[in-house]
Design a protein around this ligand. Structure first.
Ligand code: PAF
Length: 291
């Protein structure tokens, strides 16, 4: 395994693999602090591709001024040790100035999908995500890139970006990995105290209740939102940021639910930590959907 810090080196290594060795490349973009969610992506990349690249880059452009960029967990030594066990070929871990050189001025915005949900609570977040993903795809030109369903809106935006800008990369979205309590695994779970970890189990519980209600015939988006919200509010350590019942492809708000794929997307503060989660109803009809 080689750790690459320079963008130019990364792109020449990838070019060589593609041209001279005719091997497929899988990219797993991450911000480090690797956990079982990332590792599930790495395992699938290893299964599908000849060469696996994991990028580790805490992307300043996707953090707002009052967000946790400075305290976001970073431990490249630990991440490297984990990835060695998974037979990863390259770690691309550039310093900030390799990605955003002095005078950087070109950003990517995916219109229509970026302003609601996470985009409303975190203005500019998806511009930062779309920009860095574009740079990573251009640098490495992978055949496949792997993302988690936990970030459902991000997954949708990246699919749109790749389609609109004609990237020759197939996007693979894999199911959310959960703790035994149901809590979706996330690097930000590291901020939770053990009491908060337990309390955060209420998020998945609320999604499960909504899913059961839909199965039993509930077809009002508004009532499902109330059900999710009121379940979460039973937990004193939790505070709802948003609960949205929306079309899983367009993110349009839905009052009446039919048999199209429906996304229930939620963001909740547990203590001071903001967590997101989602579930898809009618997922059999939606490729790559998962809880
Ligand atoms: O999901 C993440 O960890 C980040 O948003 C990503 C895709 C690596 C871009 O920085």
């Amino acid at each position: 395994m080689e750790i690459i810090n320079r963008r130019q080196r990364m792109s020449s290594v990838a070019r060589k693999i593609r041209r001279e060795q005719d091997r497929t490349i899988g990219l797993v973009p991450t911000m480090g602090a690797l956990h079982e969610g990332h590792l599930s992506l790495v395992r699938e990349a290893r299964r599908m591709c000849d060469i696996v690249v994991v990028s580790v880059f805490v992307n300043p452009a996707q953090f707002g001024p009052s967000e946790d960029f400075d305290k976001y967990p970073r431990d490249l030594t630990k991440d490297t040790a984990l990835l060695t066990d998974y037979n990863v070929d390259y770690i691309f871990a550039p310093p900030v100035e390799e990605i955003y050189a002095k005078g950087f001025a070109s950003y990517v915005t995916v219109e229509g999908l970026s302003d609601q949900l996470e985009g409303a609570s975190r203005p500019g977040h998806f511009r930062g995500v779309a920009t860095v993903v574009t740079i990573l795809l251009n640098t490495i030109r992978p055949d496949f890139a792997f993302f988690g369903q936990k970030d459902a809106q991000q997954a949708l935006i990246i699919r749109r970006l790749v389609k609109d800008l004609a990237f020759d990369t197939e996007i693979v979205i894999l199911p959310t990995v959960r703790e035994d309590s149901g809590l979706a695994i996330s690097s930000r779970n590291l901020y939770l105290t053990s009491e908060e970890q337990t309390a955060a189990g209420v998020i998945h519980e609320a999604l499960k209740r909504a899913k059961a209600a839909y199965k039993e015939g509930e077809r009002s988006g508004g009532r499902l939102e109330i059900l999710v919200r009121s379940t979460i509010e039973l937990e004193p350590r939790a505070r709802v940021d948003y609960v949205n019942v929306i079309d899983a492809d367009t993110l349009e708000h839905l009052d009446r639910l039919d048999d199209r794929p429906i996304l229930i997307a939620i963001a909740v503060y547990v203590g001071k930590t903001r967590l997101i989660d989602n579930t898809i109803l009618n997922k059999a009809k939606k490729k790559d959907a998962s809880v």
